[in-house]
Design a protein around this ligand. Structure first.
Ligand code: IVH
Length: 676
């Protein structure tokens, strides 16, 4: 085999194994069987042995984070590893204590001592010591049965291998949390989604040599089976643990009364960002072991302990820098680069600051400590700033007067309709003149609702832009594929796929094309309206020549704002050139003008259930093409309920009650003189 071919073949295998690893670790989805995975790994190792010219930096043998075996031996825990009930608000703690007092028939005014232990978000492990020697280590598994991961745990420095203390029980399972510090995680963050995944992935590695490379930590907090433990309460036990050579959480305290627990909770929550490991709450344990014993367990959680969780979507961290991003419409968005923090399982390192006004209103500065909120899939944002923590030398943030990408003046527009100055500052350049705007325009052009070119995502836009392969949308259709084929990570097959996806999208509907242009204020709906108005690409393009702009105001949905934006789009020569060039390479499907007296005139429809051979979106446009309308719920306004497979019964019942015609797909097609 030729050297280049060997390299190519090897790199293909590496890419495949990386994909499998990613699926397994980050997406929790294994796409190969263990046997196939192992075979692939073996092939890679054999390649490496045979051809020493290969660059092995990405080899699974050189890396942490390759697939752990699923074949660890299963071992029963002699004492099950319990889980904990959760508390979220003060009242949950009040109830927790009330139940304990009731159970123990204690007076309401009596006081119970609890340890309050910040709850580390890692992987729990149970370590068996016999005569002071660490002899077996199990993962939690399902609580009853764990996996024997002794050899991996042996590599963890914080786990004492021998304990030389007369007081140490002759036999005991010490339990605690294996985790990775945030600062250490920073070095591994490309391989794992969050610190917890990193800890779990490395602990379940087949090869302890790989585990050893990860700086895993261990903090001890409880015990399972024991013979000879001479301690009467949790706080003494925690003290003993440190005497025996274990690490314990430095933030553990002994406390009593819900009010005090709450105070500690709030203090720890504030400190959360400064702690170098992730905590997701505080564990309270009744301190006295005798009381614990009396209280016992409910199902698989003890009555004597509870986890007081932090609200999972907020976190506190420090703003390291404020960066200005330039968007597709020239809007300058300030983004806070924050000290990475795990919020609800996701590592957050950026938070949007929305706009200049927001920064001024909240007086947000570099170096500030901020509360960051992450809700759903939206970009995390800053809720508030802790002024008390403000650094002495901090300075008010000044928003740039010039675009950080192209240097053009930045402006705040006056909105004639609201009669207010816009909160958003924009780059005043004309679109493609500004590199940042240009890249963002291209990303929009290929995005899902626009051209939706398979395999042509944001990363590729950035990459091709850097390589000067694309600057304007039309360039996408004139790529020099021979150059792409030579790029790292590309091969004949992937280029073939790319050519196919691009060619496929050369046929495009007018509404998608209009939307893709990224004209400000022209979203999907407006693009649709415009396409129905113009019906053909040439008529749309000629708008600039005929300049009958005012006519557009007759379209229901297009107002002054949209009109001004369209005018400004067509007054830009580069945009006109883009349109001309696109016309040469694309086949734009004409839009069907809505006739007002189609077959479904004055009729409204609603679909329930799955349709056969036609998507809902397509059916909707079919209805609209025939002058009909779709509505979103069953009401008196509805004329026809179309039922597909597995319809919602309630909708049918409601429709029948309102004497609405219930029809199936075939009957609908007959209404259109079409049969499905
Ligand atoms: S005690 C019966 N103490 O939380 C008590 N658990 O949801 C159960 N955890 O599996 C364990 N810090 O992984 C205890 N100081 C602490 C803890 C702690 C973290 C984890 C542990 C356990 C889970 C229970």
């Amino acid at each position: 085999m030729k050297k280049s071919l060997i390299k190519k073949e090897y790199s293909k295998k590496i890419k495949l194994i990386q994909r499998y690893n990613k699926g397994y670790y980050d997406e929790n989805n294994s796409e190969v069987s263990d046997a196939d995975y192992d075979l692939l790994k073996k092939e890679i190792i054999e390649f490496e042995k045979k051809y020493n010219f290969l660059n092995k930096s990405n080899s699974p043998t050189a890396q942490v984070g390759y697939k752990p075996s699923k074949n660890f031996k299963k071992v029963l825990h002699r004492v099950p590893m319990l889980s904990l009930g959760n508390a979220f608000i003060e009242n949950d703690l009040v109830n927790f204590e009330k139940k304990i007092k009731n159970f123990l028939s204690l007076d309401e005014s009596s006081s119970i001592s609890y340890t309050a232990e910040p709850k580390i978000d890692g992987i729990s492990a149970s370590l068996t010591y016999i005569n002071g020697e660490f002899s077996k280590g199990l993962s939690r598994g399902d609580g009853k049965e764990g996996e024997d991961i002794t050899s991996n745990l042996m590599t963890v420095k914080d786990i004492p291998k021998f304990i030389n203390s007369k007081e140490f029980p002759q036999e005991i399972d010490i339990r605690g949390e294996v985790f990775i510090q945030n600062s250490d995680f920073q070095k591994l963050k490309d391989k794992f989604a969050n610190p917890r995944n990193a800890a779990s992935g490395s602990l379940r590695q087949k090869d302890p040599e790989q585990t050893k490379k990860i700086p895993l930590k261990f903090i001890a907090y409880t015990f399972g089976y024991e013979e000879g433990l001479l301690v009467n309460n949790q706080s003494d036990f925690l003290k003993k643990l440190t005497e025996w050579g274990f690490k314990t959480n430095p933030l553990n305290i002994l406390s009593s009364g819900v009010k005090n627990l709450m105070k500690n909770y709030q203090e720890i929550e504030k400190k959360r960002a400064d702690i170098d490991f992730d905590i997701d709450g505080i564990v309270y344990k009744v301190n006295d072991f005798a009381l614990q014993k009396r209280l016992g367990n409910v199902a698989n959680a003890p009555r004597w302990a509870i986890a007081h969780k932090f609200s999972s979507n907020k976190g506190i961290s420090q703003i390291l820098d404020i960066e200005i991003q330039v968007g597709r419409t020239g809007a300058l968005t300030p983004v806070a680069k924050i000290k990475p923090i795990n919020i609800g399982g996701v590592v957050v390192s950026n938070a949007t600051l929305h706009n200049e006004d927001e920064i001024n209103r909240k007086d947000i500065r570099v170096g500030d400590t901020a509360v960051i909120e992450r809700a759903g899939d939206v970009i995390p944002h800053i809720l508030s700033i802790d002024i008390k923590k403000r650094l002495k030398n901090s300075k008010k943030f000044t928003f740039p007067e010039n675009c950080p990408s192209c240097g053009s003046k930045t402006i705040k527009e006056f909105n004639k309709i609201t009669k207010k100055v816009d909160a958003v500052r924009r780059c005043s350049s004309e679109g493609y003149y500004c590199d940042k705007i240009s890249i963002e325009k291209l990303k929009h052009f290929v995005s899902k609702e626009a051209f939706n070119i398979d395999g042509f995502g944001k990363k590729i836009v950035e990459n091709f832009w850097k390589l000067k392969f694309i600057k304007y949308p039309q360039d996408i259709f004139k790529l020099d594929y021979s150059k792409i084929e030579k790029l790292d990570g590309w091969g004949q097959l992937s280029v073939k796929n790319l050519i196919y996806s691009i060619n496929q999208k050369k046929n495009i509907s007018l509404e998608r094309l209009i939307y893709s242009l990224g004209i400000r204020h022209i979203g999907l709906e407006n693009a649709k309206l415009l396409s129905k108005h113009f019906t053909s690409f040439s008529k749309f393009k000629n708008l600039s020549i005929q300049s009958d702009y005012e006519d557009l105001l007759n379209i229901d949905g297009i107002g002054e704002t949209q009109l001004n934006s369209i005018k400004s789009f067509f007054s830009n020569k580069t945009n006109l050139k883009v349109l001309n060039e696109l016309e040469k390479v694309l086949v734009v499907k004409n839009a069907i003008q809505n006739s007002d007296d189609g077959l479904l005139k004055n009729k409204t429809f609603l679909v329930t259930g799955k349709l056969n051979g036609i998507s809902r979106a397509e059916l909707k446009s079919l209805i609209e093409e025939n002058s009909g309308k779709t509505v979103s719920s069953v009401s008196k306004k509805l004329n026809y309920l179309i039922i597909g497979d597995k319809p919602t019964k309630k909708k049918i019942d409601n429709a029948k009650q309102l004497k609405i015609d219930v029809i199936d797909q075939d009957e609908f097609m007959i209404m259109l003189n079409k049969s499905s």
